[in-house]
Design a binder for this molecule. Structure first.
Ligand SMILES: Nc1ccn([C@H]2C[C@H](O)[C@@H](COP(=O)(O)O)O2)c(=O)n1
Ligand code: ZN
Length: 162
């Protein structure tokens, strides 16, 4: 019995699972998004999920999607998972880092990702593909030399009992 285990998870499975675990903290009833920032040598640097800013109560601010008054929707208040992951980082530079995220970044997060120096985005869902926000992200990533690639699902079930 000197051989190592063979069925350990890959780096991609590990980081995407960590991103999705972070997303499970989200209070958003419709989309729970998680992000995990990783160094070029595979160290986890930061994580985030979509939620309201500090001091903005999850129970008082609205979670709805549609209202003729935009102030009564979540969109004007929620901080996206990717931005939270960038802002949660306390260690200095994210230059050359990779971002794992469960949903393709919007244009506002794309700006922050580029400006933070993140060079690779690995995403799972692209359910808003074709919307102006995602089209703008893709254009900016291409112009700025940020590589984005779809996570290849392995169908591995990762179960954790807590
Ligand atoms: N890449 C993204 C895209 C969206 N989000 C957040 C923003 C909202 O909380 C939610 C999207 O809501 P929906 O329009 O699907 O009801 O996801 C994010 O964190 N990162
Ligand atoms: Zn965003």
């Amino acid at each position: 019995m000197n051989d190592k285990r063979k069925d350990y998870i890959t780096w991609d499975e590990y980081f995407m699972a960590v991103a999705k675990l972070a997303g499970m903290r989200s209070k958003d009833p419709n989309s729970q998004v998680g992000a995990c920032i990783v160094s070029a040598d595979n160290k986890i640097l930061s994580m985030g999920y979509n939620g309201f800013p500090m001091g903005c109560s999850d129970d008082e601010f609205p979670w709805g999607r549609d209202d003729e008054d935009p102030l009564k929707t979540k969109y004007v208040y929620v901080t996206h998972s990717e931005l939270n992951a960038i802002l949660n980082y306390r260690g200095g530079s994210l230059e050359g880092a990779k971002l794992y995220v469960s949903l393709f970044p919007c244009n506002e997060c794309a700006k922050a990702i580029i400006q933070a120096g993140i060079k690779t985005v690995i995403y799972d869902s692209d359910k808003y593909d074709g919307t102006p926000a995602v089209m703008a992200s893709k254009m900016m990533f291409q112009a700025a030399g940020v590589q984005f690639k779809k996570y290849t699902p392995t169908d591995r079930k990762i179960e954790i009992t807590v």
